[in-house]
Design a protein around this ligand. Structure first.
Ligand SMILES: [Zn+2]
Ligand SMILES: [Zn+2]
Length: 373
């Protein structure tokens, strides 16, 4: 497959050591294979998972180009690609194999080969596309490595979006936003008239709040420690907020809901908070867990209460999303004004990617989006 001249040299943010920083470097990128697509990246959301991989909480080989919420324009397609053509606008999302039992059942977020396709620092077959003059740079993070001016993704992990939509905003739909919204809509199936509590009012928690509002939940509680995030939660749909610096979250939620919430979502990955998200449930309540904790992290629950109150704890990856179905749904809601995720975002030029990371870590920015150009 010929490599287009424009794509051959790329600028990408490389992480060469635990904890970073991201350094912008000139690299060489191979063109797409038969089932792949070369995308000119317009902008990429920064997600908590980029940080935990940069910091090696999840061990992924370095040096590596991260970034897994890319949005861009198709530049070149492999010979077997039918989903898109050059010039199409796309959102990049997580990769799945398409052939395992879970993929065949329509559950690509639970793909049996998820780690090989998303966290191995290469394609699942061990090959990569990026290199500098000294040798290969790990890539294909979430099947894309989109902190760069171009990325190679697979036909499976791109979603075509209409050209009228604001492309530079859409990358976060591919991971953080669909994780929170999908947890509510696809996994927990929060219904109209129900009660819901989000533990953590970051990008995932606030996306869950917006989704709970969109599906007609009547009691929507956001729990956090940052006043500005709680204020934003109210703006995008929370009916109540709880600052755990002021109040005990479980007691507050039981008081607001008259005994316990029907659905809770844990986004912080802090074991004590997970416990609170389970303890705050009412009878037959369901708690979704999406926070990424270091491998080996354990939670404690009161077995008797858990059983007698018939609670459910549900581990959720990528919002149980089928991206080709769900991302267009979220985009429709957004374009109708019913899913205002733009309120979570702040744009940064590519050369300020480290500032975006530190603003995110300090709670100053909920969802940074890095422009590639
Ligand atoms: Zn699979
Ligand atoms: Zn992510």
């Amino acid at each position: 497959m010929p490599v287009s001249a424009a794509a051959n040299a790329v600028t990408a943010a490389v992480v060469r050591q635990k904890g970073g920083p991201f350094t912008l470097e000139q690299l060489q990128l191979d063109g797409p294979r038969a089932d792949e697509v070369l995308v000119r990246i317009i902008a990429t959301g920064m997600c908590h998972t980029d940080m935990v991989v940069r910091d090696q909480v999840y061990p992924v080989p370095q040096p590596i180009v991260l970034g897994h919420e890319g949005a861009g324009v198709v530049e070149e397609v492999g010979s077997g690609v039918v989903k898109v053509r050059p010039g199409d606008h796309v959102v990049l999302t997580f990769m799945s194999c398409g052939r395992c039992r879970l993929c065949e059942q329509g559950r690509p977020a639970n793909c049996e080969n998820f780690n090989a396709h998303n966290f191995s620092g290469a394609r699942a077959d061990g090959t990569g596309s990026l290199r500098d003059e000294r040798g290969p740079i790990h890539d294909h993070f979430f099947g894309q490595s989109s902190f760069g001016t171009f990325a190679v993704a697979n036909e499976r992990n791109i979603v075509k979006v209409p050209k009228e939509a604001p492309l530079e905003l859409l990358g976060p739909l591919g991971c953080g936003i669909q994780t929170g919204a999908g947890a509510v809509m696809n996994a927990l199936k929060v219904g109209h008239g129900s009660s819901f509590a989000a533990f953590g009012a970051g990008a995932v928690g606030l996306s869950a709040v917006m989704a709970a509002r969109a599906v007609g939940a009547t009691t929507i509680i956001a729990v956090d420690v940052v006043p500005s995030r709680l204020a934003l939660a109210k703006e995008v749909g929370a009916t109540h907020t709880v600052n755990v610096k002021d109040r005990d979250a479980v007691a507050a939620i039981k008081e607001i809901t008259g005994g316990g919430v029907q659905f809770s979502l844990e986004t912080t990955a802090i074991p004590e908070v997970v416990r609170q998200a389970v303890d705050a449930l009412g009878v037959r309540g369901m708690c979704g867990i999406v926070g990424a904790a270091p491998p080996g992290t354990e939670i404690k629950i009161d077995v008797t209460e858990f059983m007698q109150m018939a609670k459910t704890v549900y581990g959720i990856i990528e919002g149980d999303s089928v991206p080709d179905v769900f991302i267009p749904q979220l985009l429709d809601l957004h374009l109708q004004g019913r899913f205002p995720f733009d309120k979570l975002t702040k744009f940064y030029p590519f050369e300020r990617i480290n500032e975006a990371a530190s603003d995110s870590a300090r709670g100053l920015t909920v969802k940074p989006i890095i422009r590639s150009l």
